[in-house]
Design a protein around this ligand. Structure first.
Ligand code: MN
Length: 250
């Protein structure tokens, strides 16, 4: 069997100095994303953030799928808004790298899965905007940033009929985890909403024309090892990536 190669976007991590060591800035992503891709039968390739969009495009030209991961806030100027005081962990280089990856993947038809920051980044890359701070800007906002001791599902999503998400889950509602203070606001070009929380916050989008693009505001990678209901997204990505690989090697 041929392993489809899945690019996984990575962010910048500040590693404070330990005893006898220098402080370092490293590039990486949660191991949970890597493990979920491997579990589904993919070959993960973590791609770093940097400021050369053409170097990112060179990577996307080689892969069979792209996973956009969680992380800090997208810089608000990237979608034409001045910054809300709550913005945190912005990294313009990561915005540049990931917008380049999204654009290249969409041009080439590479299957895409976006998670948390990933749904927000994809929406911005397609010309959409973000709710910069759900707690202060959404009337009746639920708790979307969980402080539980371990990852748990905390709120319900209502799933739109006739969507890819409904087909994947075979349900009209689902419990999900939640670690975000931002959300999709105005939709990017070619996207449709597939799920909302009960306060109206958008929890999922997908391509309106059936292209393989799925993005979620919650974090399935955290629960996928123990609950197959959260592994299905990664299995979907690898299934689509295998089809894409087959079309490109036929
Ligand atoms: Mn949520």
């Amino acid at each position: 069997m041929t392993y489809p190669i899945i690019a996984i976007t990575a962010g910048q991590i500040l590693r404070p100095a330990q005893a006898g060591e220098m402080q370092q800035t490293t590039t990486g992503c949660s191991t949970d994303y890597v493990d979920a891709v491997v579990r589904a039968g993919g070959a993960p390739l973590v791609i770093p953030r940097h400021t050369d969009p053409e170097a990112v495009r060179a990577i996307v030209a080689l892969v069979d799928g792209v996973l956009f991961t969680g992380g800090g806030d997208v810089c608000s100027l990237a979608y034409g808004k001045e910054p809300h005081p709550s913005l945190t962990l912005q990294d313009p280089a990561r915005d540049v790298a990931e917008i380049a990856a999204a654009t290249a993947a969409l041009e080439r038809g590479v299957p895409i899965l976006g998670i948390c920051r990933g749904i927000q980044l994809l929406n911005v890359a397609l010309g959409g905007t973000l709710v910069q701070d759900v707690p202060s800007q959404v009337d009746g906002a639920l708790q979307h940033y969980t402080h539980s001791l371990a990852p748990i599902a905390v709120h319900t999503i209502d799933i739109e009929a006739g969507t890819l998400l409904e087909r994947l889950l075979g349900a009209s509602t689902a419990p999900v985890n939640s670690y975000h203070h931002q959300a999709v606001d105005d939709l990017g070009d070619g996207l449709r909403v597939n799920a909302r929380a009960r306060d109206g916050v958008i929890e999922g989008v997908e391509a309106a024309d059936g292209r393989p693009l799925l993005a979620l505001q919650y974090h399935p990678e955290e629960l996928a090892a123990t609950d197959v209901a959260f592994q299905v997204y990664f299995n979907w990505l690898i299934g689509e990536a295998l089809q894409f690989q087959g079309r490109n090697t036929a």
